[in-house]
Design a protein around this ligand. Sequence first.
Ligand code: BES
Ligand code: MN
Ligand code: ZN
Length: 497
Amino acid sequence: MFEIKPTSEMFTQKEAVILAIYEENKQQQPFYSQCNDALDGALDQYIQDGDVSNHYKAVSKVFTLNKIKTKRIYILGLGKKEKLTNQRLKSALGALFKQLQKDKITETSIVLDSFVTDEISAEVVAEVMAEAMVVAPFQFDTYQSGNNKPAIMLESITLLSDQASLPINHAIQKGRAMGYGVNTARQLVQIPGNLLTATDIAEYAKTMAVEYGFEVEFLNKQEMEQLGMGALLAVNQGSVEPPKMIVLKYQGREVWDDVTGLVGKGITFDTGGYSLKPKDGIVGMKGDMGGAAAVLGAMDVIGRLKPKQNVVAVIPSTDNMVSGSAFKPDDVITSMSGKTIEVLNTDAEGRLVLADAITYAKKQYQVSSIIDVATLTGGVVVALGDQVTGAMTNDETLYQAIESASKQAGEHIWQLPYNDLYQEQVRSSSIADLNNSPGRKAHAIMAGAFLAEFADDTSWVHLDIAGTSESEVSYDLGPKGPTGVMVRTLASYVLRK
Ligand code: BES
Ligand code: MN
Ligand code: ZN
């Protein structure tokens, strides 16, 4: 799919060649000059007339009219050199790959060296490019009859570079792995609740385990009862679908120590239970397993790249339904940790299933840190919107590491406060140790504060993706719908730990 060749092969591709241009010194950009000369100065003319633009993210198509073997030259404007960051480059490449897909281009050469600047190396360009190529043109599988997926996708890319090819190859592998992990998460979130039950997620995890050699463990309802997972079981009580605690274990080092625990909320559909969601709020709740999907996506990346790290993924999964057997407001339940919980709102179910997952990760897998990802609260959407993931922590050092991974990944996170005052409120029940819904005030923080009771003295970062898990519009690096958010952050964190 990817090939690396010297830049002297610039015009040997038939369909298309892609060239990047910056705003400054276009004459000195050697590849630009070569193309311009091959077209008898036409590029200069087009730029002058405004038909080809070197502005950031401008994609221009130039036909070569048999002057050279290549039929078309795509020119990607990158704007001012010093303004370009890895993320801006990734977005520009996303826009380009979307255009190539529209134009039904299946093979192309890219002059990799035309992208390189003092700040951005050939390796970085290769990694970013490989990722953008996988995520940007991604399309969801649907259930429409006669939907012959627009199968026309870029299949073969020749990267033209005179730099050492081994590191470029590595960078490509990494970028592609990230991209596939993101798409895995996106697709999982898209699947409706009737077609993706807890058992189905377990099946999916198992397929992944076989492919990558992970160890896999599922707890069924009976085993949960024996372990005293009263919180997860309470949420499952109204369902006809059996719950699952899904575990994937990846041991990248000889000794099972310094273990990162990734915990993902896997509610396959959230009706709200007896604290029923209104009819508008319930639509879309098939996506309430976005945290589980992010964790599985990250494991997909880890399985492909095999870092020397120890990671365990723990996914508590069930739907949250209404029936004669369902749990109710006022119920008091006992979690696996032994802490009792007064249920004031059955719609605050995510923190309940995560509580038992966190306890299980600690007891059974000796995790030294926990990162949980969850579509946990509407409150975080109100606070931060749909582009920034809300974060909380009990360990600043771990948080710093996650934040820096998120920056590298190009995913925004923002820390919400956590302190004794919030702690008091989740402990405010008069009948149990904890209260699952202390009220409307700061409810995104309350959810995190509740989880902190179970992380206890284990280092923990909480990522609330209720706002970021889906996009209402299509964007440079993907279609409208599930975004696969946090796959890159989790994977980058593990890879560079
Ligand atoms: N799954 C929802 C949160 C959610 C809301 C995800 C919107 C995606 C989009 C969660 O289980 C929930 O219902 N949270 C409640 C908590 C409240 C009852 C304390 C909420 O945020 O309203
Ligand atoms: Mn809910
Ligand atoms: Zn939920």
